[in-house]
Ligand binder design. Structure first.
Ligand code: ADP
Length: 648
């Protein structure tokens, strides 16, 4: 029987796409193998599905595999599967034309694009089978549809035509033979007959393909084929039932993808079925990477499509504040060449991301109750990053608030002794301990716990036994303002605005003192001039003479310093000076002022009183760890006073 060779024309769009492949504007040529293996893997899945529905004569679905066969002379690489195969009509329809919608528009766009953009565009479009022409001069495909007897041979050199002929005998499935272009490092054409090269590509892109990808190398005599080597590990843990995967297997996989040598702190799995299927296998590491707070810190989630590795560091899957989470998301219904750009705008991905975020947050919540020690580790390592979510993810703010912990002045030891290690508290924990009548969650921000604890702002609250959150991370300055409250209880800085911790009696006593001090306060305001916004009596001081505070919406000194460190000068923020009316120094200042007011010699005294006011202000600044505008002048004034003290 003589077989007739038919020559057919590629559909015009297919021809254009082929030309693009041959002149390969797509730089990553190795991906052709991923495409062919992926097609083969799909063909195996289709055959298995079909065999499930009805038995297909002569087909064995127990040994589905993909073989890579190499030959040196001529240099060829064959990708062979024993999957579903194609009929003659299917070959014409599927390989000779491009049925994708939007192809024409895509090609039009491509014509107007520069080299880099076109490379990106083609990646997004999906390069598929035609990518073979990036590495091969001629491609031969032989296929036989399962359940049929006729096999067909397709061949093309990538010009406008291809040939088709029937072949008498061929196994069920498809083989694609690439007549390889010469190796050319500049063109990123590697030696696709070399085992290490193939192994590398398979490991990189197709390791988790569920069927074996085997390498067959002809033995030296050219006749026998050596024992096949399986190149892929095939362990798609996320696709196996959770109960069947051991903790050790998860840990091993985590170490592999995270390049870590410790065990993960927590393993999170998520399985979504329905219109957009995906599986996620995520890990929370047990320690923070060095680059967690670097500008270009990588995100840890890889995207797979149907077991095929697509990209690392996939920012579309989890928000930045969860960048410490590692793992894999495997989506069933995406194109293999989906780009970052496309992912950002895909509705399904947006929904998936929302679900992943919620899952991670709820897993952390579970840790809090089930494994408090693990949660404590997580908080120490990643708390700072998580808090970014309070600012950047308003939709999940409540959930994030619920899993945050903060240092506090509260100590669980009986006497509140200093030695007892102070455990961080949740906001819920704080609220549960709130005193009767307490209407706000008090906090104080600062550079360190020591600085905050010695701050005069804490005095009255401490005297009343009120708990204050000790916030020392730079981000704390920002989120507290943005968030403002926790489940209806306002967050209030004890260094800002008026802190209302007084009883009714205390209040009326305070009002009386206010009248008494009114003249002094007004005079001091003028005397201190530019530096301060207001001088008033304090309700927060018990042992210090004075402190400086801000208005509720003022930029705090710590924040001011942060901006300065980033090279951004803010306009100077005027502070409020608060005096402690019970402190002997303030009492004496008041007495002297009242005694000398209105008299001639009193005017002479004013100069010295003004210096005292200035010193009080400087002391208050120093007490909160602030900087003096004129330290030399401060030293001179203090030295003067000390000398006076000695000679008196
Ligand atoms: P895509 O895989 O994105 O659909 P391709 O150009 O790679 O695009 O392949 C086109 C079609 O050809 C596939 O959808 C599939 O139906 C068919 N095909 C390709 N390779 C094989 C194969 N090895 N076995 C069976 N069918 C195949």
């Amino acid at each position: 029987m003589t077989t007739q060779v038919e020559t057919l024309e590629f559909q015009s769009e297919a021809r254009q796409l082929l030309q693009l492949m041959i002149h390969s504007i797509y730089s990553n040529k190795d991906t052709f193998l991923r495409e062919l293996i992926s097609n083969a893997s799909d063909a195996l899945d289709k055959l298995r599905l079909e065999a499930l529905r009805a038995e297909i004569p002569g087909v064995d679905v127990d040994d589905l595999h993909i073989d890579l066969e190499v030959n040196q002379d001529p240099r060829t690489l064959t990708v062979r599967d024993n999957g579903i195969g194609m009929t003659r009509e299917e070959v014409v329809a599927l390989i000779g034309t491009i049925a994708k919608s939007g192809t024409a528009e895509f090609l039009a766009e491509l014509r107007n694009a520069d080299a880099t953009t076109s490379s990106e565009l083609i990646g997004q479009f999906g390069i598929g089978f035609y990518s073979s022409f990036m590495v091969a001069d001629t491609v031969t495909l032989i296929t036989r549809r399962a359940g049929t007897d006729e096999a067909v041979r397709w061949e093309s050199s990538g010009d406008s035509t291809y040939t088709l002929e029937s072949v008498a005998e061929a196994p069920v499935g498809t083989s694609v033979t690439l007549h390889l272009k010469p190796v050319d490092a500049d063109e990123q054409l590697h030696d696709y007959t070399a085992e290490p090269v193939l192994r590398e590509i398979v490991t990189r892109y197709s390791d988790f393909i569920s069927r074996p990808v085997r390498l067959l190398v002809p033995a030296a005599d050219g006749e026998e084929v050596s024992e096949p080597t399986v190149l892929n590990t095939r362990t798609a843990l996320w696709a196996r039932p959770q109960s069947e995967v051991s903790a050790e297997e998860y840990a091993e996989f985590y170490r592999h993808i995270a390049h870590d040598w410790t065990d993960p702190l927590e393993t999170i799995r998520l399985q979504a079925e329905g219109t957009f299927e995906y599986q996620a296998l995520l890990f929370i590491p047990s320690r923070a990477p060095m680059d967690l707070f670097m500008r270009d810190a990588k995100r840890g989630v890889q995207l797979y499509v149907k077991r095929v590795f697509i990209m690392d560091d996939c920012e579309a899957l989890l928000p930045e504040y969860l960048r410490f989470v590692k793992g894999v998301v495997d989506a069933q219904d995406l194109s293999l060449n989906v780009s970052r750009e496309i992912l950002q705008h895909d509705q399904h991905i947006t929904r998936m991301r929302r679900r992943l975020v919620r899952k991670v947050l709820s897993s952390v919540k579970d840790l809090m109750t089930d494994r408090p020690e693990a949660y404590a580790t997580l908080w120490t390592e990643f708390g700072k990053a998580l808090k970014e979510g309070l600012l950047n993810d308003p939709d999940n703010r409540e959930e994030i608030m619920a899993i945050c912990s903060f240092d506090t002045t509260y100590s669980s030891s009986e006497d509140g002794g200093e030695d007892e290690a102070v455990k961080p508290t949740t906001l819920a924990g704080y609220v549960a301990r709130m005193a009767e009548g307490q209407e706000a969650i008090y906090y104080l921000t600062g550079e360190s716990r020591t600085a905050i604890e010695s701050s005069p702002h804490l005095e009255a609250l401490r005297a009343k036994g009120l708990e204050v959150l000790v916030l020392t991370d730079p981000i704390d300055e920002i989120w507290v303002d943005a968030v403002g409250e926790f489940e209806g209880t306002p967050l209030q800085s004890v260094a800002k605005g008026q802190v209302d911790v007084q009883s009714e009696e205390e209040k009326s006593a305070a009002q009386e003192r206010e009248r008494d001090f009114a003249d002094l306060l007004a005079w001091m305001s003028t005397s201190l001039g530019e530096d301060v916004k207001q001088v008033r009596l304090s309700t927060r001081l018990t042992s210090s003479p004075a402190c400086v505070v801000g208005d509720a919406h003022d930029v705090t000194p710590t924040l001011e310093k942060m901006y300065k460190a980033m090279g951004q000068e803010l306009p100077p923020v005027k502070r409020i000076l608060e005096l402690n009316p019970t402190h002997p120094l303030v009492v004496a200042l008041h007495d002297t002022y009242t005694a000398t007011s209105g008299s001639e010699e009193g005017e002479a005294e004013r100069g010295s009183l003004a210096e005292t006011a200035e010193l009080l202000y400087d002391l208050a600044l120093l007490a909160e760890g602030g900087d003096l505008s004129d330290p030399a002048r401060f030293v001179r004034l203090v030295a003067d006073r000390l000398r006076h003290g000695l000679s008196a």
